[in-house]
Design a protein around this ligand. Structure first.
Ligand code: PGA
Length: 248
């Protein structure tokens, strides 16, 4: 049985002070959660959030990580830096990074491998654009993005990663994939993993849905057999909204 995991991606929102308030409000609301709960604030907020979540069931994640240990990579952060401020998870290859910051399947792979080797759990984002779905390429794209990201990991390492299926057209748009669409495409991702690494690996990997997931649609999505959780943007920025998703 896969334990569901709900993660909040705060994107470029909240100062350290605001982040601490948000997570302080959140903690009592999600204390009895049956799923793993993760918050991914901006990097400058990680320390502030860490000191608040310490000793609770809320885990800390970052929104990106570089693959090098250190060096001349202005603006980037290493795995060791993230671990030093309490991160256990890191989002990799979010579509906003792919669209706006030149992230490629190759760089997603390098970041993923570095994160796993360093003991961080990657939340690897994959998903098709609107025209790609309309032209019938969704399955090929999500399978390719997923397998590329996992290249170089051992089967045991792969069992521990989290994949987030986020159709790009559903992110921040209010449009959500239907429960069945999300379930079906996540099933395609799992089959692709099974094809390369076998059924026991595919059965262990947790695959989230992301894209306008919120209190009003979480139940339907989470009742689908393939969907193991959510990566939540907009609805993670208010404690009560995020708690509603976590406590689906
Ligand atoms: P959204 O974002 O929930 O605001 O659509 C999800 C994400 O980008 O991870």
């Amino acid at each position: 049985m896969r334990k569901p995991i709900i993660a909040g991606n705060w994107k470029m929102n909240k100062t350290p002070e605001e982040a601490a308030v948000l997570v302080k409000d959140l903690i009592p609301l999600v204390a009895d959660a049956k799923c793993d709960v993760v918050v991914c604030p901006p990097a400058v907020c990680l320390s502030a959030v860490k000191s608040v979540v310490e000793g609770t069931n809320v885990r800390l994640g970052a929104q990106n990580v570089h693959f090098a240990e250190k060096g001349a990579f202005t603006g980037e952060l290493s795995c060791d830096m993230l671990k030093a401020v309490g991160c256990e998870y890191v989002i990799i290859g979010h579509s906003e990074r792919r669209q706006f910051f030149g992230e490629t399947d190759k760089s997603v792979n390098k970041r993923t491998v570095a994160a796993v080797k360093a003991g961080l759990i990657p939340i690897i984002c994959v998903g098709e654009m609107k025209d790609e779905r309309e032209d019938g390429y969704t399955d090929a794209i999500v399978a390719y993005q997923t397998l590329m990201a996992l290249t170089g990991l051992t089967p045991d390492e792969i069992k521990n990663v989290v994949v987030a299926y986020e159709p790009v057209w559903a992110i921040g748009t209010g449009l959500t994939a239907t429960d069945e669409q999300a379930n079906e495409t996540i099933g395609v991702i799992r089959k692709a993993i099974e094809g390369r690494y076998g059924k026991d690996v595919a059965d262990a990997v947790r695959i989230q849905y992301g894209g306008s997931m919120k209190g009003s649609n979480v139940k339907g999505l989470m009742s689908q057999p393939e969907i193991d959780g959510g990566l939540i943007g907009g609805a993670s920025l208010k404690a009560a909204d995020f708690a509603q998703v976590v406590n689906y």
